[in-house]
Design a protein around this ligand. Structure first.
Ligand code: 5GP
Length: 120
């Protein structure tokens, strides 16, 4: 699979400081900031600083240090947010997954009781 990164996407602009964001946590490899249109009281987006379009791209090509740095940012977001009762982590991917922004991001959503994602 070819992953083609568009450096004009909105999260690339946030990483370059061209668009403001409300930062929750940042380290060498990842940035976490509040979603502009929150779906719940806690809605944070965690993104790698590298040019990866999706979870599968990041999982395939990111270095171990980038992957560890990203997951450390997820851990810090959870520590800093009101998610002791739980949360949902979502990475929408490409067309079927309804991904709007083509820079890999993980949504951390919580702070209230969420509905089931899938019927069972
Ligand atoms: P996706 O549909 O790609 O999984 O999610 C993209 C998310 O990015 C959406 O939840 C949307 O609200 C958020 N978003 C889009 N543009 C901006 C922006 O400029 N700033 C912030 N903080 N969030 C954004």
């Amino acid at each position: 699979m070819d992953y083609i990164y568009d450096d004009q996407n909105i999260f690339a602009k946030i990483l370059r400081g061209e668009i403001p964001n409300t930062t929750v946590y940042e380290n060498e490899h990842a940035l976490a900031f509040k979603d502009i249109n929150p779906a719940a009281p806690v809605h944070v987006l965690v993104i790698p600083k590298g040019a990866y379009v999706s979870l599968d791209h990041f999982a395939r090509d990111a270095s171990p240090a980038e992957q560890v740095g990203f997951l450390q940012a997820v851990a810090e977001v959870c520590r800093l947010s009101d998610v002791e009762e739980g949360f949902r982590a979502i990475s929408n991917t490409r067309t079927h997954g309804v991904q709007d922004v083509p820079h890999y991001h993980m949504h951390i959503i919580g702070g209230k009781q969420l509905g089931r994602m899938m019927p069972h």
